[in-house]
Design a protein around this ligand. Sequence first.
Ligand SMILES: [Zn+2]
Length: 186
Amino acid sequence: MPDDDFGYTPWGRDWVRLAQPLRQTLPNPALPRARKLARLGGVQVTIDGRVVRGVVERGRGTSVACIAVAPMSQETIADIAGRLCGARALLTEDVHRAVTEMGHSPAPVLESVDCSCSDDTGRCVHVLAVFYEMARRVDDDPRISLDVQEFCQVSPDVTRAPTAALPQRWIALNVLNPADYFAVPR
Ligand SMILES: [Zn+2]
């Protein structure tokens, strides 16, 4: 189950699920270690486009985990954008629930996972720690999870896409400044 410190919003919980998939039933002893690393500030995350890079210090060693996130589908972008009208659109739990119920889950999909350590399973403690650190950050600001999926960098082609299927209040996202557009629920 989600740790109290990680994934207290559904947006952050999507990242906890990357570390703790629902299909995984056996306890994974690396998970508590990964949570501890994230909780104690042992993970320094930088985000560049769709790549999350985490420098993880553990003991005397430092490992670098790189996680590439797939772009969000146009349908999911349209669905979320359609629910975010208004001057102070909020990425609330209701928005998350509504788009998920429409089959447009905003959960990140991974393109590739790599770590500098000797474990090449893509599930080493460093990668898991980066998932938790991202969950913590996304809980604080859900925009991070959308940004890393290129929510606000859709091409003009996307905004011209099937307008009949989109709400009339559709706004070309690439003309918006995300900082003005979203507010963070508190
Ligand atoms: Zn590693």
